[in-house]
Structures are given as C-alpha cells and as structure tokens.
Design a protein around this ligand. Structure first.
Ligand SMILES: Nc1ncnc2c1ncn2[C@@H]1O[C@H](COP(=O)(O)OP(=O)(O)O)[C@@H](O)[C@H]1O
Ligand SMILES: [Mg+2]
Length: 257
C-alpha cells in the first residue's frame, strides 16, 4: 500500500531569518484524502513542494514506502492553481501529450485521453481548444493530464482557488468522484474551510511563524458523499456546522486580533 510520509520536516529558504516550516509531520496513504489548511504564509505550499520533490527539506525526512524522495517523479502528480496547459492544443491533445511523455503508443493515446477526459466529466469536449474552455473545464483538463501519469499520489495546491463559487462546488464533487474512481491518494492545499470538510478524510491545520502543524482532524463527510448521501444534506447536518466551527477556531487560534 503506497504511503507518503513527511516526518518532522523543516523548510528554510535562503535569506529568511526563521524557518518557513518547522518539524511538520504528514502521512498520506492510499485511501486518504489529506487536506492542508491554514492562514497565508503557514507553509502549505512549501510542504506540498517537499512532497513533490521540488523543495529539499532542511531537516526531517520525506519518503514513499520508505524510499527517500529526492526529485519529482511520475508517482506524484502535481496540479497548481493556474496550471499551464497548451492553449493552442485541444483538450484531448493536452492529455495525449502527457501520455506521449509516458511512452504510450500513438494508436493508444487517443483512446486513453478520451477515457481520462470522461473521468473528469469532459466527455465530448476533447476537440475543443484550451482557450475555448471555461476555468473549471481547464482545471478538469489539468487533472486529466495529471492522472495520465497514473500517479499513486495527486498533489494539489489550491486547484479550485481561481474558480467562481458554483463551479468550485461542482469541482469538489468531481474531485471526490475522481479520487474514488482512480484510487489515487490525495494531498491537497486549500484555504476553504468548507472545502476542507467536504473533501478531506483528514485535515491538517498549520499555523504560521514558523509554519507548523497545530491540529489534525479525522473527518468522514467525504466518505458519506461517496456512500451516496447528497452533499446538500451533509452540509445541513449539525455535525457539519460543529466541525466547521471547530476547524475555524483551530485555524485562527493565536492570531493577533
Ligand atoms: N521561494 C521562497 N523563498 C523565500 N521565502 C519563501 C519562498 N517560498 C515561500 N517562502 C516563505 O515561506 C513561508 C511559507 O510560505 P508558503 O509555503 O508559500 O505558505 P502558504 O502556501 O501556506 O501561504 C512564507 O513566509 C513565505 O514568504
Ligand atoms: Mg500557498
């Protein structure tokens, strides 16, 4: 069972007096949807980049199944907020490009690309060029492209942050459907409190100055959605409101008034 472990990870940037992150531990195994939340500057992006292998920790260790991560690899696909797709190519060609990089034969690429576009609910849009697509649809293409590598882990940095509220809600359920269908383990950064509760099986709360883990919540709302309960009903559950209050308190605890 694939397992990504950040153990007591510290991150220091050149020219910064104090560490950006100090001794943060995060564990992501298959079946998990781990969400990182916290105020701006608390080190969420830094930790995601450590997991991706883009930033080297100053202390602690980062491993996949016990093997140290030293560089980006196809087992960990990253999607950023404003991810660069090729605007002059079609949705299908953007996904097919990732398949080509993986060495998938030309005859196979189109079929596989269409299957991935169907997974992100873009069936029928393969022929459209990126510049013709809405922000939400582009983000779906970005996810399909990331999944083309058949990663064990999907690392997402505020992937829905640039979307309007309605599109964002729809993308949340799409993400859960993808998570279920692809069995990929997810580590995702968000600053949305409801979003964290809707998506996460575990929510890790970070605080700034230096960035550190202050709370971890195990949550079950996303599994309830996948078991068939409508998201509306889940959000109307008093347990959801209580969790939202508790999470909000944890995020803003210790903040100067
Ligand atoms: N490349 C960098 N060089 C120097 N400082 C950085 C760099 N990236 C982030 N930082 C600093 O590290 C801290 C954590 O940043 P970041 O990980 O981006 O937090 P978040 O994503 O939670 O907003 C901030 O104080 C930020 O200014
Ligand atoms: Mg960030």
């Amino acid at each position: 069972m694939p397992r990504l472990v950040l153990d007591q990870v510290s991150v220091c940037y050149d020219g910064q007096a104090r560490p950006a992150v100090e001794r943060a531990s995060i564990d992501v195994a298959s079946g998990d949807f781990v969400v990182l939340v916290g105020r701006s500057g608390c080190g969420k992006t830094s930790l995601l980049n450590v997991a991706a292998g883009l930033v080297k920790p100053a202390g602690g260790s980062v491993t996949v199944d016990g093997t140290p991560i030293i560089a980006p690899d196809a087992d960990r696909a990253v999607v950023f907020q404003n991810d660069a797709l090729f605007p002059w190519l079609t949705a299908r060609e953007n996904v097919a490009f990732a398949l080509r990089l993986r060495g998938v034969r030309p005859s196979e690429r189109e079929r596989r690309a269409d299957a991935l576009l169907a997974l992100v609910k873009l069936e029928g849009s393969g022929e459209r060029r990126i510049w013709e697509l809405s922000g939400g649809m582009r983000q779906r293409v970005g996810l399909a492209r990331a999944l083309a590598a058949e990663p064990q882990f999907l690392l997402l940095d505020e992937p829905l942050g640039a979307l309007d509220a309605l599109t964002r809600e729809r993308m949340q359920t799409t993400l859960l459907d993808i998570w279920k269908a692809s069995r990929v383990a997810v580590l995702m950064v968000t600053h949305g409190i409801e979003e964290a509760l809707v998506l996460g099986t575990r929510i890790v709360v970070l605080a700034p100055g230096p960035g550190r883990v202050v709370r971890t919540f195990e949550t079950g709302f996303s599994r309830r959605y996948l078991a068939g309960e409508p998201l509306r009903d889940i959000k109307a559950d008093p347990a959801f409101a209580a969790a939202r209050g508790e999470l909000t308190d944890a995020i803003f605890e210790g903040e100067a008034a």
